[in-house]
Design a protein around this ligand. Sequence first.
Ligand code: URA
Length: 262
Amino acid sequence: MTPEFDYTAAKAALEWQIELGVDECISETPINRYDVKPQKLKLGPTSNIGPVSAMPSVIAVQESAADIAGIMAGRCADLATLRDAMAVFDHCALKKGAKNLVFADGNPSARVMIIGEAPGRDEDTQGLPFVGDAGQLLDKMFAAIGMKRTGKTVQDALYITNVMPWRPPQNRDPAPEEITMMLPFLKRHIELVNPDMIVLMGNTACQAVLGRKGITRLRGNWTSAFEVPVMPMFHPAALLRDGLKKRDAWADLLTIQARLKG
Ligand code: URA
């Protein structure tokens, strides 16, 4: 290493690349990926999710990552265990590039569960969902109808999570296979929180939970998923890009408030 490019400069350059979304090192010798044999999927460490001996069929069958996620999620009896199970789930490549698992924030007793897309840079750094610019707008939107993530009662509280618990590089949209893989955890998350209603923020959340996109048409109309009433809304990041959408978002917030009161 030359004196001009010492340890500190090299570390800063590396951190800068990671910040830009670099998540892989390329070696000097090229690898022909077509010659690399696919590895069989294995369950990750299971210390917190019960004895492996209790799930012999899992290991024998060696199904897809989504199947493994389903089995792991199904064994979680509470949110803490679900969080642990997600933390040891090693089949989603996004985990490798993320600083933190972003599980959830707010009060799990809340009547309203908000589901966003995936962590961004601020969320990845802090390990909490919706703490960046979009998150601050989300907080203001719900404060306008008397609800907040720090709310202590079921009436004024919010519970917030995302479809994906890890930040996608360069904030790209999560890939369909990544969503499919993590969906069993999200389903279990919804079951354990057992909210009175779900608010889906944007298209990725609609795709994951409802199996369809088209937020401009979906928003403002009640639907249901997993036997829970669901209200799709524009994602707060979309509201930051296009202020004209705020009018629709306000209408949706009033619809939510009316249902909670009714
Ligand atoms: N956007 C999301 O969908 N989720 C977050 O946590 C932050 C931004």
